[in-house]
Design a protein around this ligand. Structure first.
Ligand code: ATP
Ligand code: MG
Length: 430
């Protein structure tokens, strides 16, 4: 019989192994801390939503809705979709849970996997992770400025390098239609140089031509009219207000008049965090204001502003998040089979007292066991052999200094005392 073949993961889906996930944990913990200081609470959302939630919130003409969603019919024929982003879910929950009444200016953050069926490449996966934050119920420039300030504080807290914040305003219900028409005219005049997707965008959603990744389109669109020239008075005042507050707090950013967000519901403030050295997938995160979204999802006319960061790309620009991993403080090495029980008992007492403790199986030479302890990058090895069991004293070997210490380690001491003496030996306390 042939050996069974191994089963690979689905294309674009990947595993996050402990070393990487330790860094992700640090990124997530820092988000909880920094966002917490700004009054944000975590919301945990389902990954599955009704397809119509995204069709209505993202707009029928976005790449996501047109070709990137993992959608399927449930057994009862309900159309379901693995969430491609979380803002729509946040707003759904805000309405459904009654927060819209009880805490209309809710500040919520989330983290978790998103799903988009795009072409996998470096920094682009079909299941990827985001950390995001949303401020609902606020239309004042202070809300945008505070959110951006939180974002830059967070990036600093995780040690993100070489990132820059880009800012723009994409107008609102009043002035965006004017701009859209100007873009459409521009597109029509340059039709022959634009890709097929942009031909479609030209009719359905011309702003998205600015977001095209095709090089020839980018060259043409670099000369397109910019939103800044068409902003109405209210949008201009809003942008000036945001900028003044950012400048007051010393937030560094650059204006990018060509920045638009891929999603239809954005208005006014749009921003992106761009990472140097990430290649073509250089957006670490982005966000903006979405004043029409809550109403579009059947709620009251409540404004909102938020952002989402891609965790994979964030980990690339913040490679030191989480620091160097610590090996165990001690690894316990039973030399004989009869030392296994006492070794486990010792490990339990030390772990109960907060130490990171490794445990090796018996049946190998001392040399092999010590090598195993070294491989785990343990600071100390506690050797339990016949002699140690008889005298009730463990031999503790300092693996960095290659010294044995016996006197200090009576196996009959309390777990707290034993943990303390190991901590003292590595110089970690008192
Ligand atoms: P891009 O321009 O790179 O396609 P986007 O505008 O589609 O990004 P958003 O929807 O704003 O991205 O999501 C915010 C962030 O999520 C991005 O800046 C990026 O870091 C991350 N992200 C988006 N799509 C993917 C993906 N397929 N794989 C990994 N990260 C992603
Ligand atoms: Mg995209």
């Amino acid at each position: 019989m042939p050996a069974p073949r191994t089963i690979p993961a689905v294309k674009g889906f990947r595993d996050v192994l402990p070393e990487e996930s330790r860094r992700w944990q640090a990124l997530e913990e820092a988000a909880g801390q920094v966002f917490g200081r700004f009054g944000f609470g975590e919301i945990r959302l389902p990954v599955l939503e009704r397809t119509e939630l995204f069709a209505r919130s993202l707009g029928e003409t976005t790449d996501i809705v047109e070709k990137e969603m993992y959608s399927f019919a449930d057994r009862d024929e309900t159309g379901l979709t693995l969430r491609p982003e979380a803002t729509a879910g946040v707003v759904r929950a805000y309405l459904e849970s009654g927060l819209a009444q009880s805490d209309p200016a809710a500040r919520l953050f989330y983290r978790g996997p998103m799903f988009r069926r795009e072409r996998p490449q470096r920094g682009r996966y079909r299941q990827f992770y985001q950390i995001g934050a949303e401020v609902l119920g606020r239309d004042d420039p202070l809300a945008d400025a505070e959110l951006l300030l939180m974002l830059v504080r967070y990036l600093a807290a995780v040690g993100a390098r070489d990132t820059r914040l880009e800012l723009n305003s994409v107008g609102d219900r009043t002035c965006r239609p004017v701009y859209r028409e100007r873009l459409r005219e521009f597109g029509r005049a340059h039709l022959e140089g634009l890709c097929a997707d942009c031909h479609r965008r030209l009719e359905r959603n011309p702003l998205r031509m600015l977001d095209c990744k095709v090089e020839s389109c980018r060259e043409i669109m670099a000369r397109a009219p910019v939103a800044a020239e068409s902003l109405c008075e209210a949008c201009r005042a809003h942008l000036d207000g945001v900028r003044a507050l950012l400048e007051q707090e010393g937030v560094t950013y650059t204006m990018n008049v060509r920045l638009v967000r891929g999603l239809d519901y954005y208005c006014r403030t749009a921003f992106e965090v761009v990472g140097a050295g990430l290649g073509a997938q250089n957006a670490v995160g982005g966000g903006g204001r979405y004043d029409g979204l809550v109403a579009a999802l059947g709620g009251p006319d409540v404004p909102g502003v938020g952002f989402a960061l891609g965790l994979e790309r964030l980990a690339m620009v913040a490679p030191d998040a989480g620091g160097e991993p610590d090996g165990p403080t001690a690894v316990i090495l039973p030399l004989e089979p009869q030392a296994v029980g006492p070794a486990l008992a010792l490990a339990t007492r030390l772990r109960d007292n907060g130490l990171v403790v490794g445990l090796e199986p018996a049946g190998r030479s001392l040399k092999a066991l010590l090598r195993a302890a070294d491989r785990r990058r343990a600071r100390l090895a506690v050797i339990l052999g016949e002699e140690e069991l008889r005298t009730r004293r463990g031999t503790v070997r300092d693996l960095t200094r290659h010294e044995d210490r016996r006197e200090a380690f009576s196996l009959d001491a309390s777990g707290a005392e034993l943990a303390r003496s190991l901590r003292t030996m590595i110089g970690a306390v008192e």
